[in-house]
Ligand binder design. Structure first.
Ligand code: A3P
Length: 302
C-alpha cells in the first residue's frame, strides 16, 4: 500500500540516526513537549506554521503506539476502493521530516492522508480553519506504555530503556516521545464531539474490526459495500499486516507490528504501577467524556 521507497527510506534514515544516539540524548523539547531528535527538528516545527490544510485532507491524530499505522492502512484501503491506489509521496507523519516538506506537499494530489502525534493545541490552525476531517485514535494507557517499552527495547537500532520500571517512570512523567499521554488526552477531551472529528478506540477495533471500519467511510462521506468492508477487514487484521510488514515498513516492520493485543500490560505492570496508573487516570480523566469513551475499568483494571 505504501510507496515503499519514500516510506521506508525515511524510516531507515531515522534508524540510522538512532544507532548513534544514546537514550539520554534522544529528546529535545519544543514548546514544552519532548520529541525524538531522530524524527523531528525545530526548523520543521517552525515551518509547520506555514502548512495549509485542505478541506479534503484526512488527519489521523493519535498518541504514539496507539495504532496509527493500523488506521493509516485501513484509510488507505478505503481510498483505494473509491480512488486509485493511494501512494505516500512523503513519510505520512506531518511533523516528521525536513522543513521543505510543506512546500512540496502543496503539489500533492487530494485527498492527502496526514498522520500526526501532535497534541490538539499544537496542530496547525489551517486544519480547523479549512475544516479537514480528523480521525482521533485512542488506546488505553497501560497497553500504550507497554508497546512504547517494547518498541524501544526490541528494535536493535533504537535506544533502549534500562528496564520496564524506567520506561514506566518516564511515561508517567511525560518524558517520552511526543510528551505526556495524559496531556494529549486532556487536550483532546473537549474536542472529540466536533463536527469534523471522529473518535476511534483501538480496543473497539480489536473487538469488531468490520464494525469499526464501517464507520470510517461513513464519516468521510464514501459508500463502501458490505463486501468491500469485509475485504478491508481481512486485509487489516494484525496477522495480515504483520505478514507484509517488512515490505510496507522495512526492517522495523515486525517490531512495529509486535503483538497487537489488548491486555498485554498484565505481563509487565506490578500491582503498585497499576495503582499508580489508576490514580493518574482518575486525576486526569475521571468524569470526562474521553474518560468514559476509553472504558478504562474494562481494559486496565484487574
Ligand atoms: P503492540 O506493541 O502492543 O503490539 P503505532 O502504529 O501507533 O506505532 O502503534 C503500534 C501498535 O499498534 C503495536 O502494538 C501494533 O502491534 C499495533 N497494531 C498495528 N497494527 C495492528 C492491527 N492490525 N491489529 C492490532 N494491533 C495493531
Amino acid at each position: 500500500m505504501a510507496d515503499k521507497s519514500k516510506f521506508t527510506e525515511y524510516i531507515d534514515k531515522a534508524l540510522e540516526k538512532s544507532k548513534e544516539t544514546a537514550l539520554s540524548h534522544l529528546f529535545f523539547t519544543y514548546q514544552g513537549i519532548a520529541y525524538p531528535i531522530t524524527m523531528c527538528t525545530s526548523e520543521t516545527f517552525q515551518a509547520l506554521d506555514t502548512f495549509e490544510a485542505r478541506h479534503d485532507d484526512i488527519v489521523l491524530a493519535s498518541y504514539p503506539k496507539c495504532g496509527s499505522n493500523w488506521i493509516l492502512h485501513i484509510v488507505s484501503l478505503i481510498y483505494a476502493v473509491s480512488k486509485k491506489k493511494y501512494k505516500y509521496p512523503e513519510f505520512p507523519v506531518l511533523e516528521c521530516g525536513d522543513s521543505e516538506k510543506y512546500q512540496r506537499m502543496k503539489g500533492f494530489p487530494s485527498p492527502r492522508i496526514l498522520a500526526t502525534h501532535l497534541h490538539y493545541d499544537k496542530l496547525p490552525g489551517s486544519i480547523f480553519k479549512n475544516k479537514a476531517k480528523i480521525l482521533v485514535i485512542f488506546r488505553n494507557p497501560t497497553d500504550t506504555a507497554v508497546s512504547f517499552f517494547h518498541f524501544h527495547n526490541d528494535v536493535p537500532d533504537i535506544p533502549s530503556y534500562g528496564s520496564w520500571d524506567e520506561l514506566f517512570r518516564q511515561f508517567m512523567k511525560g518524558q517520552v516521545s511526543w510528551g505526556s499521554y495524559f496531556d494529549f488526552a486532556i487536550n483532546w477531551n473537549k474536542h472529540l464531539d466536533g463536527d469534523n472529528v471522529k473518535f476511534i478506540l483501538y480496543e473497539d477495533l480489536k473487538e469488531n474490526l468490520a464494525a469499526g471500519i464501517k464507520q470510517i467511510p461513513e464519516f468521510l462521506g464514501f459508500f463502501l459495500t458490505g463486501e468491500q468492508i469485509q475485504t478491508n477487514s481481512v486485509q487489516s487484521t494484525f496477522q495480515a499486516m504483520r505478514a507484509k510488514s517488512q515490505d510496507t515498513h522495512g526492517a522495523v516492520g515486525p517490531f512495529l507490528f509486535r503483538k497487537g493485543e489488548v491486555g498485554d500490560w498484565k505481563n509487565l505492570f506490578s500491582e503498585i504501577q497499576n495503582q499508580e496508573m489508576d490514580e493518574k487516570f482518575k486525576e486526569c480523566l475521571a468524569g470526562t467524556s474521553l474518560g468514559a469513551k476509553l472504558k478504562y475499568e474494562s481494559y486496565c483494571q484487574g
